[in-house]
Design a protein around this ligand. Sequence first.
Ligand SMILES: Cc1cc2nc3c(=O)[nH]c(=O)nc-3n(C[C@H](O)[C@H](O)[C@H](O)COP(=O)(O)O)c2cc1C
Length: 182
Amino acid sequence: MKLLVAYASTDGQTRKICRVAADWLVDAGHMAELLPLADADDIDLTRFDAVLLAASVHGGRYQKALTEFCANRAAALSALPSLFLSVSLAAAGHEAEDWQGLEKILADFTSATGWTPDRVEQLAGAYKPSEYDVFRRFVMRRILAIKDPSADLSADIEYTDWAALKAVLADWPASFATDDGD
Ligand SMILES: Cc1cc2nc3c(=O)[nH]c(=O)nc-3n(C[C@H](O)[C@H](O)[C@H](O)COP(=O)(O)O)c2cc1C
């Protein structure tokens, strides 16, 4: 199958997740086109059998590149099987309030764009002080000190559960494959 894997990423973790996802999909025998959503303006979505979109949560919302793309292409996206990977630090924990927050962010996104993905997976991202400016480092240190008190706040920390992502991708294409040779 021909799959589009497109992402918005501020600090690089969602980009890394999508590069790994595209590699795994290719290893499984599919064709995957990987690109940032900012470069996807004029892409012909009818060339694809399905789309995997991904973005990360910053300040309680996804990147503008995602919302603009989905709002502009809602009809074409709705015609394809889809998987959306929502990447955040809230998904690294088990706080009910954080998870309700993620549901709200997703609901705001679908109502703002008019596109509802067939399947959504909440994935933990990363804490990356090496990528932050002074202000963001200050804010994120305070947040992480509460969320993960044992963390070394000076080092990058990856919370992404790669095994969980692999399991999602192992069964996603099969969920919409037809019997006509796809
Ligand atoms: C300035 C800033 C704001 C963030 N806001 C949130 C947030 O509101 N909720 C959340 O769960 N994670 C938040 N995060 C964590 C990011 O979602 C996480 O670091 C993710 O891995 C970023 O993905 P990216 O590297 O692809 O941009 C924030 C991170 C930064 C740096």
